[in-house]
Design a protein around this ligand. Structure first.
Ligand code: AHR
Length: 505
């Protein structure tokens, strides 16, 4: 049986836990908005048409910042279409997802939905097919208090208070051939710099995200980051990273190690950003907004993509049903994001409802939690204070994709009241007995120990079996003389919370 020993030292602080690490993403895509979070005829809908059963699940998920309205969608979007009297809003074709957009939900409605869920808005502007002026207009409409044409229009549209959006994305995945209006790194770097400079003339405290590569497998990865930042470094604050993982060719071992790739991806983008910074003799650091990450059965999506001959509203697209193994990978990726809290200060699980999402809905019917909901909600609830880098002694297993990989991975957080330890066992067959030396953190008793796993790693939650996979109390967890011991089942994610003695400083 694999064994692992983990040392946690209160001096090994990486950075604070950033609440924005637990962000998510709502795109006008498939049934994320329409027939997802918005369904006027649903029994739980409020006066705006938002499903309150979905709102309750979003709050339980603990997502913080929500990126909106895309995604690929944003590159064909005219924001002005989605404000004002609903009956006057135009229907448009969305080329990105080959569907019809009714514009019945726009910025003002979405801002009200965010209030219901206690979330922060992260707004994307269309730099692909529009330009600087529409971006400035949107900024004025969203953030200016009043007394100008567009801020007064917002007030007239029923939003007297400015939305005060702090984080803005300068387009989306501009390197992708699938992106409406895709660009070269040079072209994008220039337009991103000019758009960012103009937006900061309006408000120098905005936090602007420039597009990195759409994935680390893209041939231009690295060069894209360097070129884009050479143009835009002085004007932007974040560079985006996007990563999706899936099990390919039945290679579960490699899939379970996806966090290794995410780790490498972050290190490479940070190194590239710092390289440009050093070249510019800049004291400023560009942080990472990991604003799309998840498990996505993308290969199946690409293979099943047909040439649509009809345009319809809210088609069922990208409705992946997640397994117990997928939940372990999602939990492990969140651990990697926490381990990079010194530079990854914002992240968005893509997406939130129905579209590669932790929350699923049925029109007129229930809303339920996918397997991946649990590691996210539990980590968001328990992680606080500072992130501690663990020293992990563990066996390795061989993967086809990444070579030898640690069986057990972990990260911990600590604040004055609580220590939280997050753990995965990637072994396909064997449980792992783990000891965690917490003496340096001064923990006094276990308050919670939960595991997400299933004897069938392919088990899922569906409309007919909504609670097939749920977290269970891990009664093997015990604390003795400041050392935690716990048995982790094969292919499992776990979290243990302990009362801290409040002397971690
Ligand atoms: O999240 C789904 C899509 O994935 C987004 O629209 C796009 O940015 C990415 O390719």
């Amino acid at each position: 049986m694999p064994r692992a020993h983990i040392e946690l030292d209160k001096r090994a602080v990486i950075a604070p836990v950033h609440r924005r690490t637990f962000g998510s993403f709502v795109e006008h895509l498939g049934r994320c908005v329409y027939d997802g979070l918005y369904e006027p005829g649903h029994p739980s809908a409020n006066e705006d048409g938002f499903r309150m059963d979905v709102v309750a699940l979003v709050k339980e998920l603990g997502s913080t910042t929500i990126r909106y309205p895309g995604g690929n969608f944003v590159s064909g979007f005219r924001w002005e279409d989605s404000i004002g009297p609903r009956e006057k809003r135009p229907v448009r074709r969305d080329l990105a997802w080959h569907s019809l957009e009714s514009n019945q939900v726009g910025l003002d409605e979405f801002a009200r939905w965010l209030k219901l869920t206690d979330s922060e808005l992260m707004l994307a502007v269309n730099v692909a097919t529009r330009g600087i002026l529409p971006a400035l207009d949107l900024l004025e409409y969203a953030n200016h208090p009043g007394g100008t044409a567009l801020s007064d229009l917002r007030i007239a549209n029923g939003s007297p208070e400015p939305h005060n959006v702090r984080m803005w994305c300068l387009g989306n995945e501009m390197d992708g051939s699938w992106q409406t209006g895709f660009m070269t790194a040079d072209d994008y770097g220039k337009i991103a710099a000019r758009t960012a400079a103009a937006m900061k003339m309006a408000d120098k405290d905005l936090e602007l995200v420039v597009c990195g590569s759409s994935g680390s497998a893209i041939p231009t990865f690295g060069d894209w980051e360097r070129t884009v930042l050479e143009h835009s470094y002085d004007y932007v604050d974040y560079m985006s990273c996007h990563a999706y993982y899936q099990e390919l060719d039945g290679d579960l071992g490699s899939f379970l190690a996806s966090a290794i790739d995410m780790d490498y991806f972050i290190d490479t983008v940070v190194a590239t950003a710092d390289h440009v910074g050093y070249k510019k003799r800049s004291s400023k650091k560009i942080n990472i907004s990991f604003d799309e990450w998840n498990v996505w059965y993308l290969k199946e999506h690409q293979e099943s993509q047909k040439t649509y001959d009809e345009w319809i509203y809210a088609p069922r697209q990208l409705e992946d049903v997640y397994t117990a193994a997928d939940a372990v990978v999602v939990g492990n990726m969140l651990m990697t994001l926490l381990k990079h809290s010194d530079r990854v200060t914002s992240a968005s699980l893509a997406q939130l409802v129905n579209v590669i999402a932790p929350i699923m809905t049925e029109p007129g019917g229930p809303a339920w939690r996918q397997t991946t909901f649990y590691p996210f909600s539990i980590t968001s609830r328990l992680a606080s204070g500072e992130v501690i880098r663990p020293v992990i002694q563990t066996a390795k297993y061989e993967t086809a994709k990444y070579g030898p990989v640690s069986v057990v991975d972990s990260v911990a957080t600590v604040d004055d009241d609580q220590v939280a330890v997050f753990l995965v066992n990637r072994d396909l067959d064997e449980p792992a007995d783990v000891t965690v030396d917490l003496r340096s953190l001064g923990s006094s008793r276990i308050t919670e120990a939960v595991t997400v796993s299933d004897a069938d790693v392919r088990a899922t939650n569906t409309i007919t079996h909504q609670t097939r996979v749920t977290p269970w109390l891990n009664t093997s967890a015990a604390l003795c003389d400041g050392v935690l011991s716990i048995r982790l089942p094969p292919v499992s994610w776990s979290a243990v919370a302990l009362r801290s003695r409040g002397d971690h400083q």
